[in-house]
Design a protein around this ligand. Structure first.
Ligand code: PHE
Ligand code: NA
Length: 452
């Protein structure tokens, strides 16, 4: 059977960008930058982007293009019994998928609430108490579960399923071509309105004000690298699967640079959006900004709703924000599920329709556990483990095993031959020495911090 192919170059880039741009860009990047030295965070962040993100993306695009499979098959073709590494990555992708979609589900619920701000004045009590029903010992009310948890999950999985089931070109590519332009327009619209609010510029000052004392802190570097790998969706078979559908003639280097730069540019844009809103909120409530910011899920589901309460025309800006979050999340979710699905198609020779049905069916059931009350605890744990251990380990193993098993000079030549502009020897240095060394250091620091 002939392997499926993307219909156009723009289609592939939009799909890759759709995977990269996700929840992580909108709610994770802004507070990571803020917590880790503000403007000074951009130094480790850009360093990680150039020295690890771009080379890694070029390597994965090349592997997919050359070996024509998701990670398990691609790595198996390299011989040396490397298939396990591919399955390990697919497994982590599957774990990410089931908790990631829970957050998308919340965003769908909040999209609904945002039209009338039905979260009320105390957005903290609403989210944790009423919505997630934490600390409420009575068994979850069934009606509530249906409307606020099950319905959004069915919707999220339904859209993902439709895209994967329909195929690479008419499903995933078409969805990306609708979702990504829509996302960019919504975010630009939001930013243009929000930047003119009083206090917005103070918010940006906070975000970009450099705290150089943090730059020698290992935690800051760890955060920058972790964020780069998470945000670019590398190390989980995703970009290998997507590039395995590239046509023969495809500009690898250019595609990789575009994907990375659009993603990171979007993150900074989202940072501006979020901090402009926070600056406005601080001014309205006459509080210092430090008392207004929050991290993690609290930012998207407690702080932002509270800020929306204060905005002019909240019934427009609120839905725009949450729809942007939903769209960004769904296009990433589609890519994670495609990584799992295509690995199964490669291995078991199932039809796409069968593989998509089984993967989405099982995924839906497991993810329901994360979306209900007990789930939040689990979600926090899994999120911590994925970001601080699994993600870095997976990327480190790939860099060491693939970077040292294959001749990176050959990979570079392969990519350069297909591309308009060539990349230099720095590629090999970054893949084989610099990035593994940085990752190993970070991993050791994280592990010793966890244990102590
Ligand atoms: N890159 C996506 C984001 O920034 C999330 C993601 C992570 C997608 C890992 C796939 C794999 O939100
Ligand atoms: Na991203």
């Amino acid at each position: 059977m002939k392997r499926e192919q993307w219909g156009s170059r723009a289609g592939f880039i939009l799909a890759a960008v759709g995977s990269a741009i996700g929840l992580g860009n909108i709610w994770r990047f802004p507070y990571m930058a803020y917590e880790n030295g503000g403007g000074a965070f951009f130094i480790p962040y850009l360093f990680a982007m150039i020295s690890a993100g771009i080379p890694f993306m070029i390597m994965e695009f090349t592997l997919g293009h050359k070996l024509r499979g998701a990670a398990p098959r691609a790595f198996a073709k390299l011989g040396g019994k490397l298939e396990w590494l591919g399955w390990f990555q697919v497994f982590i992708a599957a774990v990410i998928a089931v908790y990631y979609v829970a957050v998308i589900g919340w965003a769908i619920s909040y999209l609904g609430f945002s039209f009338t701000q039905s979260w009320g004045a105390d957005t903290n009590a609403f989210f944790f108490g009423e919505y997630l029903q934490l600390g409420d010992n009575s068994p979850t009310k069934l009606g509530f579960l249906q409307t606020h948890i099950a319905f959004p999950m069915i919707l999220a999985w339904g859209i993902t399923f439709a895209a994967i089931f329909t195929g690479v070109k008419s499903g995933i590519e078409r969805a990306s071509k609708i979702m990504m332009p829509l996302l960019f327009i919504m975010v630009l619209g939001l930013i243009t309105r929000v930047l003119f609010l009083p206090g917005a510029l103070d918010g940006l000052n906070y975000l970009f004000q450099p705290d150089f004392s943090k730059i020698l802190d290992a935690k800051v570097w760890s955060a920058a690298y972790g964020q780069i790998f998470f945000t670019l969706s590398v190390g989980f078979s995703i970009m290998i699967a997507y590039s395995s559908y590239l046509p023969e003639k495809s500009d690898i280097n250019n595609n990789a640079f575009m994907t990375v730069l659009i993603n990171c540019g979007f993150s900074i844009t989202a940072g501006v959006l979020v901090f402009a809103v926070l600056g406005y909120m601080a001014q309205e409530q006459a509080k210092p900004l430090t008392e207004v910011v929050s991290a993690g899920v609290g930012l998207a589901f407690v702080t932002i709703p509270a800020a929306i309460n204060l905005l002019p025309a909240p019934y427009i800006l609120g839905p725009l924000f949450f729809l942007a979050l939903v769209v960004a999340g769904l296009s990433s979710h589609i890519s994670i599920i495609e990584a799992v699905t295509s690995a199964i198609i490669d291995k078991l020779n199932w039809t796409r329709k069968k593989a998509a049905s089984v993967v989405c069916g099982v995924g839906f059931i497991v993810s329901m556990a994360f979306a209900t009350n007990g789930g939040l605890l689990l979600l926090d744990l899994v999120d911590y483990f994925i970001n601080n251990v699994a993600l870095l380990t997976s990327c480190l193993i790939e860099l060491i095993v693939i970077g040292w098993l294959l001749k990176m000079a050959d990979i570079r030549e392969y990519a350069n031959n297909l591309s308009e502009f060539s990349i230099g020897k720095w590629f090999e240095v970054c893949i084989r020495f610099l990035s593994p060394a940085m990752l190993a250091l970070i991993l050791i620091t994280n592990l010793s911090n966890t244990l102590s």
